[in-house]
Design a protein around this ligand. Structure first.
Ligand code: PLP
Length: 394
């Protein structure tokens, strides 16, 4: 009999009932160190008092109001994002997938308004993840995500990860844009080199096409800058944001420059909940905290500490780990045995990690994880590695 919850997830046998900072408490009382943060969502940890206050204060005033009216918190959050980034304008969504939908619509509308409506194609990279909607799966293009869900939304092409020659060769007079995650998350924590991202911007400029960055997973301070592309010194035309921006409250956004957004006039897009007062009140508190240079400096320091300890772990368990890679607090351990075995052994040792493609275990802790918790987490990962190594010898 089909379960009452549609069984689209393979769930670990864990039920968390409470969170405190970088810790999650299971129904049986066990305390887990959370290096997953809800897959890069809980950027300020669990039950952060600043976010609890932002949410509950707003909850006592006004939960929801239609986008038929001005929404103060939404305006406030848009102003903050415009001030802190390349963007001239923002549209709020409830998720990264919805941000993908708008990004696709926006770049197509841009060309329609420029009287080149045939320019609809978007070039994406293999291993990408842009969400599970019809546009999201068509963009990623992998068999795993698209099989059985045809006909796929047309207008997407994929090129090998980081292959700029392939990008150039794929650009035609029907190309609208290129979409890329500066650090692929689901694809296995694969950072695009700064120089490559820079060259990709140049290729887009030379061809006159738009560049969409998907910073749903790698944005909001995760790599030690507010957004990952800042390391490369470039700016996109359109950027998808979600996950961390709500700190655990469902919130996403599309940020864009004026040129790219110019076709999106009244009536061209909308959302009932997108940019609702509760979400934006929390979003404002997250952005105020994360965009602070002192906070980001701490993220970089903590990232250095974690990475150094992980290098030691990889060196100590060469049969379990091949390498550590990533940027900031978005790190991946490339495994030799199945990465899911390492994640499961982590559960046994009360540390949460997240599997990804390319046999990588993802580490995406809260950005404000305490130094002591970093040390304890690595001890637990070491115990997990020892368990996996011992099991392999049996
Ligand atoms: N884009 C990237 C890079 C993601 O990592 C994800 C989710 O994992 C998405 C888009 C989709 O976001 P959501 O699950 O909020 O719809």
């Amino acid at each position: 009999m089909i379960p009452s919850v549609l069984p689209t997830y393979s769930r670990a046998p864990l039920t968390f009932v409470k969170g405190e900072g970088s810790w999650m408490i299971e129904a049986d009382g066990r305390r887990f160190l959370d290096l997953g943060a809800g897959i890069a969502v809980n950027v300020l940890g669990h039950a952060n008092p600043v976010l609890v206050d932002a949410l509950t204060t707003q909850a006592g005033k006004l939960w929801h109001v239609s986008n038929l009216y001005n929404i103060e918190q939404q305006q406030g959050l848009a102003d903050k994002l415009v001030a802190a980034t390349f963007a001239d304008t923002a549209f709020f969504t409830n998720s990264g997938t919805e941000a993908c939908e708008l990004a696709v619509k926006m770049v197509r509308k841009y060309w329609y308004e420029k009287e080149q409506p045939e320019r609809t194609e978007i070039i994406a990279f293999e291993g990408a993840f842009h969400g599970r909607s019809s546009a999201g799966i068509a963009a990623a293009g992998s068999e795993k995500m698209t099989k059985g869900f045809g006909p796929l939304l047309p207008g997407f092409a994929q090129v090998p990860w980081g292959d700029l020659d392939a990008v150039s060769a794929s650009i035609t007079d029907q190309t609208a844009a290129v979409i890329v995650e500066p650090v692929q998350g689901e694809g296995g924590i694969r950072p695009m080199e700064d120089a490559t991202l820079k060259d990709l911007r140049t290729i887009c400029d030379d061809a006159g096409i738009l560049l969409i960055l998907d910073e749903v997973q790698c944005g909001m301070g995760r790599t030690g800058r507010l957004f990952a592309h800042e390391w490369a010194g470039i700016a996109p035309d359109v950027m998808m944001v979600a996950k961390g921006i709500g700190g655990g409250f469902p919130l996403g956004a599309v940020l864009a420059n004026e040129k790219a957004a110019s076709g999106m006039i009244a009536g061209t897009h909308g959302s009932t909940y997108g940019g609702n007062p509760l979400a934006c009140a929390v979003g404002c508190a997250v952005v105020d905290t994360v965009a602070d240079p002192a906070f980001l400096e701490e993220v970089n320091r903590k990232a250095g500490l974690l990475r150094q300890k992980l290098e030691g772990l990889v060196a100590a368990y060469p049969d379990v780990f091949e390498t550590v890679r990533g940027a900031g607090l978005m790190l991946g351990l490339k495994c030799k045995p199945a990465c899911t075995d390492v994640v499961s052994a982590g559960y046994d040792n009360e540390v949460i990690t997240v599997p990804a493609a390319d046999n990588v275990v993802r580490l995406l802790p809260p950005l404000n994880i305490e130094d002591d918790d970093i040390s304890e987490a690595v001890k637990r990962l070491e115990a997990a590695a020892a368990q996996v190594a011992a099991a392999a010898k049996e």
